[in-house]
Design a protein around this ligand. Structure first.
Ligand code: KIV
Length: 272
């Protein structure tokens, strides 16, 4: 099904704010490499997130904590070489911004300079306010990230839904207002009740992009490898799988192995 939308030759942080004003939902997906980014960009996705989920998806780590700034820059520069239209947002990885605002700025500058990404994303609310301001002062757009913030997994202890209790919900609402006031161009809300996410989206003028945050927000983000079913062990309720690539690829690779062993591949037509 095609959806009517205004054509943006190139998506910018300003286009995203316009989309929210015009009631056009924003589509965002992850990519960590050139080939995937080419497909995601070519399919008209508004925002490509070079997420620190690369730590899980690409490197097989249990959490997002181990990925380094150098590794994020490598992934982001591969993505940037592929894109024509999407806005490329790059996660500041764990350990690259938490200790002080000057270090945060240095890390953000390295991402912008060495990868060519268009914006950075960082997790947290009031505790990262000064770092956000410093990065913004250098002219680097910042996307916030509240709710389930995987870089703090050892503080939370689980990946379950956040902000179900009043006090945490209130703090999240305050943090969202602070992020808007500080100058963030958008906020990701991860795994929080849909009603709360909708309230936050209605309380700020910048776009709110949800993952496991319901349909009352301004856009959605998923990890592409999950969405196309290349991963198969991760099955949260919010995930819609559009393909079962794990099965398709397994079948194709099994068939290839059988064809090689039987001598069926290569055929006469597949040789010189
Ligand atoms: O790293 C990532 O993929 C993310 C999304 C889940 C929003 O931060």
């Amino acid at each position: 099904m095609s959806v009517a939308k205004k054509e943006y030759k190139r998506v910018t942080v300003k286009s995203l704010v316009d989309m929210k004003k015009n009631g056009e939902k924003i589509s965002m997906l992850t990519a960590y490499d050139y080939t995937m980014a080419k497909i995601v960009d070519g399919a008209g996705t508004d925002v490509i997130l070079v997420g620190d989920s690369a730590s899980n998806v690409m490197a097989g780590h249990e959490t997002t904590l181990p990925i380094t700034l150098d590794q994020m820059i490598y992934h982001a520069s591969s993505v940037v070489r592929a894109i024509h239209r999407s806005l490329v947002v790059v996660d500041l990885p764990f350990g690259s911004y938490q200790s002080d605002p000057k270090e945060a700025l240095r890390s953000a500058i390295r991402i912008m300079k060495e990868s060519g990404g268009h914006a950075v994303k960082m997790e947290g609310g009031k505790e990262v306010k000064e770092s956000i301001k410093r990065i913004l002062n250098a002219g680097i757009p910042v996307m916030g990230h509240l709710g389930l913030t995987p870089q703090s997994i050892y503080k939370f202890g689980t990946y379950t839904v956040r902000a179900k209790e009043d006090q945490e919900a209130l703090q999240l609402k305050e943090d969202a207002l602070m992020l808007e006031k500080a100058g963030c161009f958008a906020i990701v809300l991860e795994k929080i009740p849909a009603k709360l996410a909708q309230e936050v989206a209605q309380s700020v003028s910048i776009p709110v992009i949800g993952i496991g945050a319901g349909n009352g927000v301004d856009g959605q983000v998923l990890v592409t490898h999950d969405m196309i079913g290349m991963t198969h062990e991760f099955n949260p309720r919010f995930l819609r799988r559009y393909m079962n690539l794990y099965e398709d690829m397994t079948n194709a690779i099994t068939q290839y192995g059988n064809d090689v062993k039987s001598g069926d591949f290569p055929s006469d037509k597949e040789q010189y």
